[in-house]
Design a protein around this ligand. Sequence first.
Ligand code: SF4
Length: 344
Amino acid sequence: MVTTPVVVIHVGDSRNKGRVDESNGQAPLILGLSRGSFSVSEAEEKKESSFSFALGNLKKRKEIHMRTIQACQITEAVKNLCVEANRELPPDLERLVREQVGQETAETAGAVLCDLCRNLDAARDMKIPICQDTGMAVVFAEVGQEVYIEGNFEEAVNLGVSRGYVEGLLRCSVVSDPLRRVNSGDNTPAVLHTRLVPGDKISLIVAPKGFGSENMSSIRMLTPAATEEDLIAYAVDTVRTAGGNPCPPVVLGVGIGGDFELCAYLAKKALCRSVLVRHPDPFYARLEEKMLEAVNRTGVGPQGFGGDTTALAVNIETFATHIAGLPVAINVGCHVTRHKRTII
Ligand code: SF4
C-alpha cells in the first residue's frame, strides 16, 4: 500500500499557530497544521472529515457572537471603581448609618454616629476618601464566556488598581512581600477572584478592604454537630473580641459551608451584597436577623463607645459542604464596608 505525507487542518484556539480569521471584531478562529503518514485512502478520508469538522466549526463560530473587550477598558473601569468606592459608601449602607442616628438611645453613641455622617458628607463634598485606610483592593470579576479579551486580563486589573490609587491620591497600603514588608508603591497586586459565567459581559466589583476590620475576621472548622446557637455564639464572640478595633458599627459577612478556603471567600463575597437584602432562603434570612440581634446586644456600640448599634447587618452566603465538617468564616467589615460594581 502506498503511503504519502499529508497535512491535516484542525481547529484550535488562540494558543495554536496560524491565525486566519480576525474579521468583524470576533475572536480569531485558528487553524493549526499537523503532519502524519497515512495510506492514500485513509489520508483522503481523514482530510475530508477534518475539513468538514473545520468548516462545521467555522459555521458554528460565526453563529456564536464573541464580543471583544480591550484590556484598556478593564483598566479604566477598575481605576474608576477604586476611586469611587473610596469616596462614597454604597447608598444602602449610608442609609442604614444615617437611620441609626435617630435610633440610638445612648447619647455618646448617637454623637459618634452623627460624626460618622458628617465624615461621609465631607468625603463627598471634598472628593476625598471616607477613611485614611483606603484598603487592599479586592476585585471580584465575572467574565462572560462569550467575551474575548484583547490583552492580559490580570495585568489590566492591576494596572487599573495602580492608576486608581496613584492618580486618585489614595493611600497605598500594600507590601509586596508579607515578611520583608516593602510597600509596592501603587497598592498592587489586587486580590483577584475570577469566575467564568454565561454571557458577553464582564462584571467587576472593587471592594477596598481596610485591615482594622480584616484583622478581626476569623475562621472556624466546626463539627456537623454545631447548632444554630453555636453559630450565633461564634458571631457574638468575634464581635466582642474585636471591640472597637474594626470601627463599629460593623457589617458581618458570614460564609457557611464549602471547605476551608471557600467559606472565607463566601464571607468576603457576602460583604458585597446589599445590607438591605436578606438571604433568599428564609431559614438563613432568619439566622441573619438572629445574629444581628445577638451582636447588637453586646453593647460594643459605635467606635466601641457603647450603645445599641454594634452591627448594621449580617449577610450570610452558603455552599454545600462535607458530611464530616462545617466550615464557618466571619469577615468583619467596618462601617466603611466599601464596594462598587460596574458592567462592561
Ligand atoms: S476599619 Fe474601616 S473605618 Fe476603620 S480605619 Fe480601617 S477602613 Fe477605616
